[in-house]
Design a protein around this ligand. Structure first.
Ligand code: SF4
Ligand code: SF4
Length: 68
């Protein structure tokens, strides 16, 4: 699969609630050590579902190559 143009980026204000993990169709976002969610850029297809459900609104969709 070709890489998407966008990917999700999680801000430091993440409260590790895990909501984003439940909606990701690619299992590309995971809460690490119960502290913060991390995005696997190889798996993320840039669909934006995680950003849409994050209760803390800390997920931004960014262009690849822009400091990902
Ligand atoms: S939904 Fe938002 S606050 Fe919750 S783990 Fe994911 S990025 Fe963090
Ligand atoms: S943008 Fe889509 S594929 Fe990427 S981490 Fe969020 S839900 Fe998963």
């Amino acid at each position: 699969m070709a890489r998407s143009k966008r990917l999700a980026r999680v801000g430091r204000e993440c409260v590790a609630c895990g909501t984003c993990m439940k909606v990701c169709p690619r299992a590309a976002i995971r809460v690490v050590s119960g502290v913060v969610a991390r995005v696997n850029g190889e798996l993320c297809i840039g669909c934006g579902k995680c950003a849409g459900v994050c209760p803390a609104d800390v997920i931004a969709m960014v262009e690849r190559g822009s400091g990902e």
